[in-house]
Ligand binder design. Structure first.
Ligand code: HEC
Length: 116
């Protein structure tokens, strides 16, 4: 049955609208691809380490009472953070901070600070 107002005829849709639709699909595709790319590289140290700088100094070079963590051995930092997280190592704040990180993120943090 044909509808009286041409509602079943979609060919009247403007070509500009169609192009805009394609652009949006492409943009979304690109977004998905780039977020997969980021996941493949693991957590970004640049984002994770910002949290640490306020206490341990820029790049982990502390000028104050906080321990410097820059240049510490990778294994030392991973072990320290995992122990803070599990509660095996006593802490005032690091226990709470490390609870927010996955093991993979802790490894990324240790890689970053041990290379400073
Ligand atoms: C609120 C301040 C604060 C922030 C933020 C902070 N820390 Fe700490 N950190 C401390 C304190 C204080 C200690 C000493 C242990 C304790 O009392 O919790 C410590 C100890 C450490 C140690 C052990 C150092 C040693 O010499 O054994 C490591 C490693 C460490 N922090 C890494 C980090 C990393 C990585 C981050 C960022 C994810 C971070 N900290 C964020 C305050 C902070």
């Amino acid at each position: 049955m044909a509808l009286p107002f041409g509602c079943s005829d979609r060919s009247g849709e403007s070509p500009r609208l169609k192009r805009a639709g394609h652009a949006i699909v492409l943009a979304l595709g690109g977004l998905l691809l780039s977020s997969f790319g980021a996941a493949a590289q693991g957590p970004s140290a640049a984002v994770l380490t910002n949290t640490c700088f306020s206490c341990h100094g820029t790049d982990g070079h502390s000028a104050g009472a906080m321990p410097s963590i820059a240049g510490k051995d990778y294994d030392y930092v991973v072990t320290a953070l995992l122990e803070f997280k599990s509660g095996a190592r006593e802490a005032t704040v690091m226990d709470r901070i490390t609870k927010g990180f996955s093991d993979e993120e802790i490894e990324a943090l240790a890689r970053y600070f041990s290379s400073q």
